[in-house]
Design a binder for this molecule. Structure first.
Ligand SMILES: [Zn+2]
Length: 143
């Protein structure tokens, strides 16, 4: 979308930054689109020359119109909430990975214990048969 009309008829700057990114600067280098996150211009895009080494070009131009007072108040709060939600999401993903690792360790332990249990049951069954044979032999006086 290149631009759109708001309901009040004012043009809203929502065009893609792809059009501007890489455009030639007055110095011959290319410009890059950045987003400001300062208190006065939260989320407002601007162009700056890509040259940063040596003699730095001072080219600077806002892409978006100035922020209204309400946006200056609301956007930092929303950004803070998004950052908080992302941090919580990252924490929960880490916790999920830790729990999955622990669950896999427990599944492996259960499998090992089940195998040990089956081996012990086989030994017990053999011992019971031996005991019954000895008891029968004893009963009929063979010993
Ligand atoms: Zn420049």
């Amino acid at each position: 979308m290149d631009s759109s009309e708001s309901s009040s008829g004012r043009r809203r700057s929502t065009f893609s930054t792809h059009v501007l990114d890489g455009r030639p600067c007055v110095c011959g280098a290319s410009v890059k689109v950045y987003t400001s996150w300062t208190k006065d211009n939260p989320g407002r895009r601007f162009l700056r020359c890509h040259v940063t080494k040596g003699e730095r070009c001072r080219y600077f131009e806002w892409v978006d119109p100035p922020m209204c007072d309400r946006s200056r108040i609301i956007i930092p709060g929303l950004l803070s909430r998004v950052n908080h939600a992302q941090a919580e999401n990252t924490r929960l993903e880490h916790e999920t990975m830790t729990m999955n690792t622990e669950m896999q360790r427990l599944v492996n332990s259960i499998t090992k214990l089940e195998n040990e249990n089956m081996a012990l049951r086989r030994k017990l069954k053999f011992a019971m048969i031996c005991a019954m044979v000895l008891f029968i032999c004893f009963l009929f006086g063979k010993f």
